[in-house]
Design a protein. Structure first.
Length: 224
């Protein structure tokens, strides 16, 4: 197996392309988009996948995302890629050579594993359906080429704001603001006049971790 590596706009994320399908139809429900991705942002979440578990065991790995034909790995900025790459290559090669499933059978019922926020449901308004369709067909392909992805979170009909969540290589990327304003917001507002802006929202786990860190930092500063 020859695994290619592709850089992303985020220097702390790399895309690994093993040359075989990664996230196949057997890992999805029947209504999922072919562009669906699965992301794990912690070792605990990664327990749902044998490959993610192996990758999180590598020193410096802080996030893993699977796409149709790629694996995006995010690192701690102080860990050099040249030391991490051999272990990442070995983990990916061993997994796909073993024939093991990407997602454990007992983890397949989780929201992370089975649902795609771009799926259009019967409860979506016409505007929400149009937003999802544009995100899926015009925005998502280019973002996934760079090892990232996005989730549709909500649309506020009162303010016209679309809330999205950036994932994969887009997390913590310095160019994500440009992507939001000039890419996603510009595209949506051009085709859908009801859209006035786009805002990024963080995961609940990320918000909780941020609050805990700020609390710890405040406690340490109080001792000085």
């Amino acid at each position: 197996m020859f695994i290619q590596t592709a850089t992303t706009p985020n220097e702390d994320a790399l895309q690994f392309i093993p040359g075989v399908p990664v996230l196949g139809s057997k890992d999805s429900d029947s209504n999922s988009s072919s562009m669906r991705t699965i992301e794990f942002t912690s070792p605990r979440e990664g327990l749902k996948s044998p490959l993610a578990t192996r990758l999180f065991a590598i020193d410096g790995v802080r996030g893993v995302m699977f796409g149709s034909d790629f694996v995006t790995v995010r690192r701690d900025s102080d860990c050099p890629w040249q030391l991490m790459k051999p272990d990442i290559y070995a983990a990916i090669m061993d997994h796909f050579s073993s024939g093991r499933p990407l997602i454990r059978s007992d983890g397949g019922n989780s929201h992370t594993a089975t649902q795609d926020s771009m799926n259009i449901s019967e409860h979506d308004s016409d505007i929400v359906a149009e937003i999802k369709e544009l995100l899926e067909s015009r925005i998502r392909p280019s973002i996934q080429e760079d090892g990232g992805d996005l989730d549709f979170v909500s649309f506020n009909e009162g303010t016209g704001l679309v809330a999205i969540r950036l994932r994969g290589a887009c997390r913590g990327c310095a160019s994500s603001t440009v992507t939001l304003k000039h890419g996603i917001e510009g595209m949506l507002s051009y085709y859908i006049p009801e859209v006035t802006g786009v805002e990024e929202v963080a995961d609940e786990l990320e918000e909780q971790a941020k609050k805990e860190f700020e609390k710890l930092e405040s406690h340490l500063n109080s001792k000085d």
